[in-house]
Design a protein around this ligand. Structure first.
Ligand SMILES: O=P(O)(O)OC[C@H]1O[C@H](OP(=O)(O)OP(=O)(O)O)[C@H](O)[C@@H]1O
Ligand SMILES: O=c1cc[nH]c(=O)[nH]1
Ligand SMILES: [Mg+2]
Length: 219
């Protein structure tokens, strides 16, 4: 897997990440969603650099301009709920992409450390030969991304896979690395060292779905 950890270089992305992590700024739910979306825009821009381009002519009022344009058939797939603002950020740049949505949630068994990932809702176009962007803001244990990708198998074989995430944890990144092939790209804003015993990223930012959309009742 090719890992692109964007905070290895300083950029305005650091501002968005620090606001996402900040317990005070997090009180503003709209700003939280917009910052996830902005990170999606930045990661989408970086990802666009490795797409396939062919020359094309555009007619201006005064003549013709030659420009290289991306030719990939893109499918953006995000994991509900927290994936929604990240999805919107990617869609802001890849205007004509197709879209897939999948629900994956942690079903806790007898104790908080013990959970399995349940995939329920799935809407997806044909993936054969497409450029699949799989987006989830939190890459904690990595199980949601791996389970989601397995659930997408019946929809076809993408030409390439790009994982897009805001904050990852080292153990989760290692897990994902084991389950995706070496051509897969991971575009990630930053990677923290640890997970706590409940599978939350430390220092992370907390629960991205709840911060974006409010608490949900556990079942
Ligand atoms: O890498 P993992 O250990 O699988 O954890 C990451 C998952 O956890 C979060 O979803 P959550 O279950 O909180 O659902 P939500 O988006 O509805 O809040 C997040 O959006 C990922 O989907
Ligand atoms: O740290 C984490 C882990 C999983 N899901 C989140 O929203 N945050
Ligand atoms: Mg959540």
């Amino acid at each position: 897997m090719q890992i692109h950890n964007l905070t290895e270089k300083n950029s305005i992305l650091n501002t968005f990440i620090s606001e996402l992590r900040d317990v005070n700024v997090q009180k503003d739910r709209m700003r939280f969603r917009r910052n996830i979306e902005r990170v999606g825009e930045v990661l989408g821009y970086e990802l666009s650099k490795v797409l396939n381009y062919t020359p094309s002519d555009v007619k201006t009022p005064l003549g013709k301009s030659r420009v290289n344009l991306p030719q990939n058939d893109i499918v953006i797939c995000s994991i509900l709920r927290a994936g929604v603002p990240l999805h919107n950020g990617l869609l802001n740049y890849f205007d004509n992409s197709e879209n897939a949505f999948i629900s994956a949630y942690r079903h806790h068994k007898d104790n908080p450390e013990d959970f399995e990932i349940i995939v329920e809702y799935l809407a997806c176009p044909n993936l054969d030969g497409k450029t699949l962007i799989l987006a989830d803001p939190m890459l904690a244990t990595g199980q949601s991304l791996v389970s989601t990708y397995k659930a997408l198998k019946p929809y076809g074989t993408p030409k390439e896979v790009h994982l897009v995430s805001v904050i990852g944890a080292k153990p989760g990144v290692d897990y994902v690395k084991k389950h995706f092939n070496e051509n897969t790209h991971l575009w990630i804003a930053t990677i923290d060292d640890e997970l706590n015993d409940k599978g939350y990223i430390v220092p992370g930012l907390g629960d991205a779905g709840d911060l974006a959309f409010g608490n949900k009742l556990q079942h």
